[in-house]
Design a protein around this ligand. Structure first.
Ligand code: CUA
Length: 283
């Protein structure tokens, strides 16, 4: 729209006021005080009109939420999101669950480079800066699945650093909290999942991932309840058997630059299948 208006005016001016033989030279407008005051004041007034609601909204969303707000700490990592619920003792990744109609106070920081937390439907974006905590507060008014994205270039897989905020009604949120607070699910003796669990506990996986009671790695997402997530790899793929298997076998192929490298020696298909059964058995 702006382009069309500006270009049309430009074309009219070029055609109407072009040089013709015998025409007197145009009158200069240099030193026209009223005109100069006008074109200084007009943009200033427009900027003030834009600034007032903008600044008000920034303060409203950055303000402290009421004391009963749910506290969530967001930590950006290359290239995934960690969510900690300090009052509930929960550590989750990539999918943030929040209850309907309750204020949420989000504190945002980063473990490595600068990222930016942005779930457009739920509020403005805030930079995730190492060593600093930025806040954003929101209250979701309808149940749903709100997608978001890292909004600050942060390396090879910046575009693959997605996130989701799942707004649950009170009962569903309580159920989620209950599951997340329980320990990891036990495996049936002699099952494929149990074999996967044994494999996990003696592989390189434990250096980066936590499964409560099994390992304490903190470089990658906590996997104690990975089976309860609907997506893997920071919201890139559905958490189904085929994607999880491909992810375990060769993560950098699905997400360039992924810190989760290929295992050496490579895992056999049978090992991957056992790990998938184990991880999907951790709801
Ligand atoms: Cu993280 Cu871009």
């Amino acid at each position: 729209m702006v382009f069309v208006v500006v270009e049309s005016m430009l074309l009219v001016a070029v055609v109407r006021f072009r040089h013709r033989e015998g025409r007197p030279p145009p009158k200069p407008t240099h030193g026209h005080t009223i005109m100069e005051i006008a074109w200084t004041l007009a943009p200033a007034v427009i900027l003030v009109f834009v600034a007032v609601p903008t600044v008000r909204t920034i303060f409203a969303t950055a303000g402290d939420a009421p004391p009963d707000a749910l506290k969530v700490e967001v930590i950006g990592h290359q290239w995934w999101w960690e969510y900690r619920y300090p009052d509930l003792g929960i550590v989750a990744a990539n999918e943030m669950h929040v209850p309907l109609s309750r204020p949420v106070q989000v504190s945002i920081t980063s473990a490595d480079v600068i990222h930016s937390f942005w779930a457009p439907a739920l509020g403005g974006k805030r930079d995730a800066i190492p060593g600093q905590i930025n806040r954003i507060a929101f209250r979701a008014d309808s149940v749903g699945d709100y997608s978001g994205q890292c909004a600050e270039f942060c390396g090879a897989s910046h575009a693959n650093m997605r996130l989701r905020v799942l707004v649950d009604d009170a009962a569903a949120f309580e159920a989620w909290v209950g599951r997340q607070r329980s320990g990891p699910a036990p495996q049936v003796k002699g099952s494929l999942a149990q074999r996967g669990g044994q494999l996990f506990a003696r592989s390189a996986c434990i250096a980066c991932h936590t499964v409560e009671g099994v390992s304490k790695g903190v470089i990658g997402p906590n996997l104690t309840h990975v089976g309860s997530r609907t997506t893997i790899a920071a919201g890139l793929f559905p958490n189904d058997s085929s994607h999880l298997a491909r992810w375990i076998a060769d993560a950098p192929r699905l997400k360039p630059g992924s810190l989760m490298t290929r295992m050496a020696p490579p895992l056999t298909d049978a090992d991957v299948a056992a790990l998938v059964a184990y991880l999907h058995g951790l709801p």
